[in-house]
Design a protein around this ligand. Structure first.
Ligand code: GLU
Length: 470
């Protein structure tokens, strides 16, 4: 049977990078084996689940291009099914109602802790015929009391738990609503999941879930528990290490593929290869090769990959991400050069799309004033003649390409027998307002003919006014 994996986030917050990496691993393994990738929203905790979080998860997944083959399924729409399975377990004596009060359970816990024991339910209601009245019971799963649960984890290898260590888990709350460990088993069984890939914070749930599968007469899936992501200081990755939400990375100007490429390498490697296309990831990834040790998030490496992919992906693809970024930062994409041209020039000079926008404002809007320092240094009377000469030449130029522009600039430099910088630097200040920009032919190309001529005229007027003052 073809492999079936699922990503099963609880919608109690944004989609964080750890979740995204789990989703990526599930998606890759399914793609690799021509299987099915399922998305399931685990919203049984009605108090903590929010619509906004569901939306953020779906948006994050779509942005990353981790398209589900089935779903999204919602646990909140499956309560009838859970109730049915609960009834089945209860009628078979595999689940039982428990009326132990909170106070009793707390006292029991305190007693066990004081005696140096692991706190666990003592099974008081397990075989009671008569229950306390006036207390809404929870439902507990009758866990086997001896033997052990053994499974082969695809990341961690063999894992064993003694049943003695597991107590009778609450599978339905007093209001009848089912709990996580129960729903997850019913879902994974009904959805015929063959491989559960999830964070290793769930490893202690796995033996309990395996016992529930057995009680239901179902074969448990295979499991792969992936280690958590750490911050650069070795503590669990959190907000204080920087951005942790996937959509935040979009806002910061990262390409979805750069983030995926970064995440696939967190805990997995293929020799010393760092750069992976989507196709290479699918071909080379293997969940069994994931390292069981936790990996640390490295923002610098992510930036490096982002620049790599800005330079390497087809500019049309990068443009899809750049356009909303320009709008968000207050620029009108229609007022500048084709985005593909801009990307081809600027990608190698910046690490994020936000940096790209900030380094390219002069392509989209006129600047208010020349940068004082740059103007003082470069817009001097001696610059007037070369600027004027070039302006005349450019006026007659129809072929507005970097190559033709380069020829024009060099021709003026040769004609006036001046150093290249004597024209290029004043021209740069004239075109962008400041002293830093791509090569001068590319700068002219991006600014465009009409605007370049206007801005050169403005610089010439500035120089004339300055000469008049002196
Ligand atoms: N909903 C669980 C979580 O977000 C994941 C459950 C699972 O993958 O089994 O942590």
């Amino acid at each position: 049977m073809a492999i079936r994996t699922r990503f099963a986030p609880s919608p109690t917050g944004f989609l964080h990078v750890g979740g995204a990496r789990t989703a990526l691993f599930c998606w890759l393994q399914a793609r690799k084996e021509a299987g099915t990738f399922i998305l399931r929203i685990e919203d049984t905790d009605l108090e903590r689940s929010t619509e906004a979080s569901v939306e953020a998860i779906l948006q994050g997944m779509a942005w990353l291009g981790l398209q589900e083959d089935e779903g999204p399924y919602y646990q909140s729409q499956r309560f009838e099914r859970y109730t049915e399975v609960l009834e089945q377990l209860r009628s078979q004596g595999l689940a039982y109602p428990c009326t132990c009060s909170k106070e009793r359970l707390e006292a029991l816990r305190a007693e066990q802790m004081a005696a140096g024991l692991k706190p666990r339910y003592d099974g008081r209601c397990r075989d009671r015929e008569v229950l306390d009245e006036g207390v809404a019971p929870v439902m507990r799963f009758r866990n086997p009391t001896d033997g052990e649960v053994v499974f082969h984890d695809q990341v961690r290898g063999p894992v064993r738990f003694a049943n003695e260590e597991l107590d009778d888990l609450v599978i339905a709350r007093p209001d009848g609503s089912p709990t996580y460990n129960f729903c997850v088993v019913v879902d994974d069984m009904d959805m015929e999941i063959s491989l559960v890939i999830r964070g290793d914070d769930h490893i202690n749930n796995t033996p309990r879930q395996i016992n529930i599968y057995h009680a239901l007469g179902a074969t448990p899936p295979d499991f792969a528990h992936v280690p958590m992501i750490l911050g650069e200081d070795g503590a669990r990755l959190s907000k204080r290490h920087g951005a942790v939400s996937v959509l935040q990375y979009r806002e910061l100007g990262y390409l979805p593929h750069a983030l995926l490429n970064y995440l696939v390498r967190l805990g997995w490697s293929h020799g010393d290869q760092e750069v992976f296309t989507r196709e290479e990831m699918i071909e080379l990834f293997d969940i069994e090769a994931v390292n069981r040790k936790a990996a640390a998030f490295d923002h610098e490496k992510l930036k490096w990959l982002n620049q790599h992919w800005m330079k390497t992906l087809p500019p049309e693809e990068v443009a899809v991400e750049l356009q909303p970024q320009l709008e968000r930062l207050g620029l009108d994409p229609a007022q500048g050069p084709p985005l593909e041209d801009l990307i081809s020039v600027q990608a190698e000079r910046v690490q994020t799309l936000v940096e790209l926008v900030e380094a390219s404002r002069w392509c989209f809007e006129d600047f208010e004033d020349f940068d004082v320092g740059a103007a003082k240094k470069h817009l001097r009377p001696v610059a007037a003649e070369p600027l004027q000469a070039l302006r005349e030449r450019l006026q007659a130029l129809d072929d507005w390409t970097p190559e033709a522009l380069d020829v024009a600039v060099k021709a003026v430099v040769a004609e006036l027998e001046i150093g290249f910088g004597k024209l290029a630097q004043p021209l740069r200040v004239a075109l962008t307002g400041a002293g830093m920009s791509p090569s001068i032919d590319q700068t002219l190309w991006l600014v465009g003919k009409g605007r370049s001529l206007e801005r050169m005229e403005r610089a010439l007027a500035f120089i004339a006014a300055r000469a008049a003052q002196a």
